[in-house]
Write a protein that binds this ligand. Structure first.
Ligand code: ZN
Length: 345
């Protein structure tokens, strides 16, 4: 991914418009800020590659940078520099902003400002301080899971990742817009301590979660429809890895994760969604994963879904040890790179 893509996760279009004092235009239907508009011709929307705007009159459409080019009459190179200075704050990265701007985004406001839709009724018990994550939290998670900041940013924007305090510990949480299921892990990578009812554990399932729901299946707004295929993995770690490896690849994979190999029944509404697209199951390389893939395949077939199975078996990490799951592929042996790429082709 390019640095520009990373900038876009830092300062998405709705937030850019807000910083420019144009928040009134950060909607699905608004007056166009680029021409003398009398009826709403301007619209912003999310795609699998980030935000876009479109003016249905004569201004055309584009991304954050195109908007700055048109709005400020800048050549592209200048517009990029200007955008970077806005994203990182004046003076950062050697960019000097001629028009000082207030510092930065919160993804939360970016998501809610642009969305006229109401979030669904709360189903899982979410922490009080649930939030979209600042740059530091997202970078911490990217480094903990050895994935790109881009992957973490994508999850955050698409609504499959949040942060908050769980069992007293700063945590990252996978969930989706359905709020049917959510799982937390500590941001420092350690185990949650033992309680009266629960032992030490690396993951904590939030109360009210329905394990039959593949987390990640329902995204903010209708952006999920743009994905052509679904990559069904096991656990929150592989969900993050799924975004790292699969999102944006040819085929437009949408990663979704069942939170446990023991799950055998899938939620009827999940099956409904899964029926609309080819599903590729990528289980863990252990006996539980093998059994899970058999059960999930049966369940999907019974529901009339179609798809296939991709096994990580036989692939190695850099140190020569076998891959156990998709997240291990962040340390893939270079000689196995082609074979691995086939699994997501
Ligand atoms: Zn226009």
């Amino acid at each position: 991914m390019t640095d520009i893509q990373e900038l876009k996760w830092l300062l998405p279009l709705p937030e850019l418009l807000k910083q420019l004092g144009l928040e009134a235009h950060a909607k699905r239907s608004a007056l166009c800020p680029l021409h003398e508009d009398t009826k709403p011709s301007f619209s912003i929307f999310q795609t699998t590659h980030g935000w876009r705007y479109k003016c249905h009159a004569a201004c055309g459409g584009g991304d954050e940078i195109t908007l700055l080019e048109k709005l400020l009459g800048l050549p592209r190179g200048e517009a990029i520099r200007h955008y970077a200075s806005m994203a990182f704050g004046p003076g950062a990265w050697g960019f000097n902003d001629r028009h000082p701007m207030p510092r930065i985004p919160t993804y939360g406001s970016a998501i809610t400002d642009a969305s006229a839709e109401k979030p669904p009724a709360k189903k899982v018990d979410l922490p009080e301080d649930l939030h979209t994550g600042d740059e530091h939290e997202m970078r911490t998670l990217a480094s903990l899971r050895k994935v790109s900041f881009w992957a973490v940013g994508a999850m955050s924007q698409l609504g499959t990742l949040r942060f908050g305090t769980v069992c007293g510990e700063p945590s990252w949480i996978v969930l989706d817009a359905s709020l049917r299921s959510a799982e937390a892990r500590r941001l420092d990578g350690k185990l949650y301590p033992q309680t009266a009812h629960l032992g030490e554990r690396k993951v904590h399932t939030l109360r009210g979660s329905s394990k039959s729901w593949p987390v990640g299946l329902v995204l903010q707004r209708e952006v999920g429809n743009q994905f052509k295929r679904i990559l069904l993995v096991e656990g929150s770690g592989d969900l993050v890895a799924g975004y790292h490896f699969a999102l944006g690849r040819k085929g437009e994979w949408l990663p979704a994760a069942l939170l446990g190999a023991s799950i055998s029944r899938l939620h009827p509404e999940a099956l409904e969604l899964l029926r609309s697209k080819p599903v590729r199951i990528m289980p863990h390389c252990d006996s539980a994963g093998e059994q899970a893939s058999v059960k999930w395949t049966q369940e999907l077939l019974r529901a009339g879904c179609h798809g296939d199975l991709a096994s990580l078996q036989g692939l190695r990490k850099k140190d020569g040890s076998p891959l156990k799951d998709l997240n291990d592929a962040t340390e893939l042996h270079p000689e196995d790179a082609d074979e691995f790429a086939q699994l997501l082709s």
